[in-house]
Design a protein around this ligand. Structure first.
Ligand SMILES: Nc1ncnc2c1ncn2[C@@H]1O[C@H](COP(=O)(O)OP(=O)(O)OP(=O)(O)O)[C@@H](O)[C@H]1O
Length: 971
């Protein structure tokens, strides 16, 4: 970092401060090289001009998105910018190619919700505020457009937020995939498997209560159409020592505590107790995590296992092993009767039995595997077997070795199982790799784990350097463009020190192979071999027994304690352990320890963890080299008390570890893109139609395009065009515009063509469908009409039948009635006639009688009259004669008169009786007429009643017929 030269009195500067790293102040005096500054905390500082940095007092109050835009790129400026942004909850900032992600230590849901993902989908890089989604989107688009695999390297110190960031990246890629349901579940499966991996691979550390104790590289595979088609998780270097050794405030792997908090039936089955009762857990007095309920987590882990496809039996087996490891840890050893021998303490027998029961191997077998070693010594042609009992310390070592071996095999099994459940796509050509690997570690006590972690980080740093600095700058030189070189720390020498033949790892392997080696001889070897190595040193301590050594890593010096290096580097399964576990009656355990070939099963074969890790890293680097890298550097603020969070050296160290400041410089000074003329023309030739028409040399054509676009400050090398990120962005924007227009025109044409084609097909289909439908409708209509006509006909016939039937019935009844009436009338007539005849006869007789009597009377009368006359004449004659005889005559006359009078009276009486007879006759006739009339009325009434009954019946019948018709029509 070079100091500014244009400093005057009144300039605002950053000066170093022993407490807060950098503090700002104002220059009040300049004495040659000495600068006098009044700092904002009221101090007056005198410092050298080379140790101060100009402060941009006009810097935006909310900071800048991309630190290449900072007026002054230097450490305090970068720190200030990050701190300002962090205060505004802006946790992401670009530093050239790198995304700096500061751990917010709080949930910021608005930053990661689906709407935010949608916004970043396809958005041009830099268009929106910096975000982890933008990095994932760029990687995805680059993979799709360039057909090249991409990788996102997430680094940072423990607890900086690497794992969380990786999860967000996966969530975004799953969102881009946009599928739900059973398809496209790959990334979700990876995400869902996290709780399982975390339960077995994460633990509480000083820095992070959920620290991943293994490195992870998740390869997300894509098919030709850019859809996720598979994924694979590769894990690195699980911290095995943690299983047996922890110190406050760390915890062991979460799974042990989860099992101790399991439901009572599980606890009873595995004969477990509280974590305090187990040696592997009670070495640290920390058992619980703030805000975490282990009982709930146990169930959540079980659920996650279900999702990942780990069967219930497998889950039982897994937790059985975890319980067995806890019991193993409680086996203690006492000195045996013979010197340098050991026996299992009586009070540990319970745990020995439990461990044997859970591992399903016989107890004496386990006891022997823990404390006895069998050696085969060849004497001539005879092989002699010597059994040696281990001393207590070696037995403890053997016990811990067994626990670690079982645990690491279990972890590897889990990773394999998860990979099988996710599924890989063998045909996938494009991959996005997400690397979540531990950052540089430098503690008070650094052992083999820190050595490996820091080795991995040196490797990644080299990869980063090669990508960002070395290759780029080498290319500028090769292309002979105007370029001022930026110094960067090349770490090849550190890597040589560690991994090269004759380096620390090979010394370590040699020491491991040589039975008499100790950590002291190993350290001594290192001291002598690397006395003059500028990256290696020996601490200046008076203690001659110490075995520490210092490596000057690219981020600073780290002192390692070599005393556990040999033990920790050895990965082998003791032959006795292997034999015991292979013979386990528990198939799951036996499958974790498949039988070894005959010769290797007899002795324990050593496998170097360091060398294995080196190979793993080499393969990882090979993979990364084939990908387009993107970097995310996670930073962990010291505390959450804003704004003082950055006023500490730790954060500065993290930025230095990531070479953040240098990366910003190179990004702002360098050229983000260098493309060959061919590539450039292939991408941008259509920006200048003249280039397309003419037959220009590639270099000239490139220049023509760049000039036409009005770009300044680009460089044209021997074979490549070099552009700054902003220029590339400008060209890309224009390209996108032209392509967009062209695409729109093509789309318009194609859409109209497709639409027309679709329309014609649709119309044809519709017409066809219509004709089919119409035919169907007509057929239906015809059928309906036919049915209707049939119904009408049936109805008609039915009605006719009903009506005819009722008519016939009516007619019959009418005829019957008529017959009845007629018969009655006839009888009546007959009776009447008979009566009339009788009456007439009576009348005739009566008249006859009357006439006769009249005649008789008149005859009598006439006779009488004529008699009277005669007699009168006779009388007269006699009267005359009497007159002559007078008296006699008068008397006679009186007598006669009396007789006349009597006759008159008789006549009157006769008349009166005749009248009476007449009256009686007329009365009888009127009575007969009345009776006839009444009879006629009765007949009429009966007839009417019968007719109305018939009519009602007819009406009801008609209703029935109509109803039947309606039913037929409805059907
Ligand atoms: N983006 C984020 N939003 C909210 N909290 C976060 C975020 N990133 C990290 N954290 C918090 O920081 C803690 C540590 O994060 P994480 O486990 O990702 O760190 P790490 O870098 O992977 O650590 P280690 O190397 O120890 O595994 C998380 O448990 C979480 O509480």
């Amino acid at each position: 970092m070079s100091a500014p030269v244009n400093i005057t009195v009144g300039s605002h500067l950053w000066v170093e401060d022993p407490e807060v790293a950098w503090i700002d102040g104002e220059v009040f005096r300049i004495d040659g090289q000495e600068i006098h500054v009044k700092t904002t905390n009221g101090k007056k500082v005198v410092t050298d001009v080379s140790k101060v940095f100009l402060r941009d007092i006009e810097a935006p109050t909310v900071g800048v998105n991309d630190m290449t835009k900072l007026t002054y790129v230097h450490e305090p400026g970068v720190m200030q910018n990050l701190a300002t942004r962090y205060e505004h909850n802006e946790i992401y900032t670009y530093a050239g190619n790198i995304l700096i992600a500061i751990n917010p230590f709080q949930n910021l849901p608005h930053l990661f919700d689906t709407r935010t993902m949608e916004r970043y989908k396809g958005a041009a890089f830099g268009e929106l505020s910096p975000h982890v989604f933008a990095v994932a989107d760029v990687a995805y688009r680059s993979m799709i457009n360039e057909g090249k695999s991409n990788s996102i390297l997430v680094s940072g110190e423990g607890g900086a937020g690497k794992t969380e960031t990786t999860k967000k990246l996966m969530e975004y890629l799953a969102h881009l995939d946009g599928r739900s349901g059973t398809e496209g579940r790959t990334v979700e499966q990876v995400l869902k498997s996290n709780p399982v991996l975390e339960a077995f691979g994460n633990a509480k550390t000083v820095q992070n209560k959920n620290s991943s104790r293994f490195g992870k590289f998740v390869k997300i595979q894509f098919d030709k159409s850019g859809r996720i088609s598979g994924a694979a998780i590769q894990t690195y270097l699980l911290e095995r020592s943690r299983v047996c050794q922890i110190s406050y405030p760390d915890r062991n792997y979460h799974c042990f505590y989860l099992l101790c908090a399991a439901p009572s039936e599980d606890i009873a089955e595995y004969k477990l107790g509280s974590p305090e009762s187990f040696h592997y857990l009670n070495q640290s007095n920390c058992y619980e995590l703030d805000g975490v309920n282990d009982a709930h987590e146990y169930l959540a882990t079980r659920r996650a296992m279900d999702i990942v496809g780990i069967s219930k039996q497998e889950q039982e087996a897994i937790f059985r092993i975890v319980a067995a490891i806890l019991h193993l840890g409680n086996i203690e050893f006492a000195k045996g009767k013979e010197i340098d021998t050991s026996v299992i303490k009586d009070e540990s027998r319970f745990h020995l039995n439990m461990a044997a029961e859970l591992l399903m191997c016989n107890t004496p077998g386990l006891e022997d595997a823990l404390i006895k070693r069998v050696k085969r010594v060849k004497k001539g042609n005879v092989e002699e077997v010597i059994t040696k009992t281990l001393d207590p310390a070696a037995a403890v070592f053997s016990r811990d070795g067994l626990a670690k071996t079982i645990y690491s095999r279990l972890f590897d099994w889990l990773v394999d199982k998860i990979n099988n459940s996710i599924g890989q796509d063998p045909n996938s050509k494009s991959v996005i790799g997400l690397l979540d690997i531990y950052g540089f570690e430098s503690f008070e006590c650094n052992s083999f784990e820190q050595f490996c972690i820091n080795f991995a980080n040196e490797k990644l740093q080299q990869h980063f350097n090669q990508q960002v600095f070395k290759m780029e700058q080498e290319e500028y030189t090769k292309e002979e463009i105007n370029w001022s070189y930026i110094e960067f720390v090349d770490n090849q020498d550190v890597l040589d020190l560690i991994e090269k033949r004759g380096g620390i790892i090979s010394h370590l392997d040699d020491a491991c192979k040589f039975p008499k080696s100790t950590h002291k001889t190993f350290a001594q070897e290192l001291y002598t071999s690397f006395t003059n190595h500028k990256r290696f040193s020996k601490p200046k301590v008076s203690d001659t027994d110490h075995t520490d050594f210092i490596i000057s890593h690219c981020v600073g010096k780290v002192t390692y304690q070599a005393d556990q290096f040999l033990n920790k580097n050895k990965d082998y399964v003791v032959a006795e352990h292997q034999e015991l576990l292979t013979a386990s009656k528990f198939p799951f355990i036996a499958s974790l320890f498949p039988p070894l070939p005959e010769e290797s099963s007899k002795s324990s074969k050593f496998y170097s963890i360091g060398a294995g890790f080196k190979l793993q890293l080499q393969s990882l680097m090979e993979t990364l080299k084939e990908t387009e890298p993107h970097y995310i550097r996670c930073v962990k603020p010291n505390n959450s008390l804003k704004p003082a969070i950055f006023e500490n050296f730790n954060v500065i160290n993290q930025l230095r570890c990531g070479s953040v400041v240098d990366a910003i410089r190179i990004s702002s000074a360098g050229y983000a893109t260098g493309r060959t003329f061919y590539e450039f023309l292939e991408r941008f030739d259509f920006l200048d139609p003249e280039v397309l028409k003419g037959n220009y040399d590639d270099k000239v054509a490139c220049r023509m395009i760049l000039d036409k676009m009005g770009l300044k400050g680009y460089q044209i090398g021997k074979t490549k065009v070099f552009l700054k990120a902003s220029q590339m962005a400008e060209l890309d924007a224009r390209r996108m515009k032209v392509l967009g227009n062209a695409a729109r025109t093509i789309q318009r044409q194609i859409r109209s063509h497709i639409a027309r084609k679709d329309f014609i097909t649709l119309r044809k289909a519709i017409v066809h469908m219509q004709s089919l439908l119409r035919g169907e409708l007509a057929r239906k209509l015809y059928e309906n009409l036919r049915r209707e006509a049939a119904a009408v006909k049936i109805e008609k016939n039915f009605r006719r039948y009903i009506v005819t039937k009722s008519y016939i019935a009516l007619q019959m009844s009418a005829v019957t009635l008529q017959t009845g009436f007629r018969a009655m009338a006839a009888r009546k007539e007959f009776r009447f006639r008979k009566q009339v005849k009788a009456v007439m006869i009576i009348q005739a007789h009566w008249r006859c009688y009357r006439e006769c009597s009249y005649h008789t009377r008149h005859q009598i009368k006439a006779i009488i009259v004529s008699q009277f006359g005669w007699r009168r004449r006779v009388a007269r004659k006699e009267l005359g004669k009497a007159a002559r005889e007078t008296g006699a005559f008068n008397e006679e006359k009186d007598k006669l008169e009396k007789k006349v009078e009597e006759l008159t009276l008789g006549l009157q009486f006769e008349k009166r009786s005749r009248i009476d007879l007449e009256e009686a006759k007329s009365q009888e006739i009127s009575q007969l007429q009345n009776a006839l009339q009444a009879m006629q009325l009765q007949v009429e009434e009966a007839k009417n009643q019968e007719i109305s009954k018939l009519q009602n019946a007819l009406h009801a019948m008609q209703l029935q017929v109509e109803e039947a018709n309606a039913k037929v029509i409805r059907e």
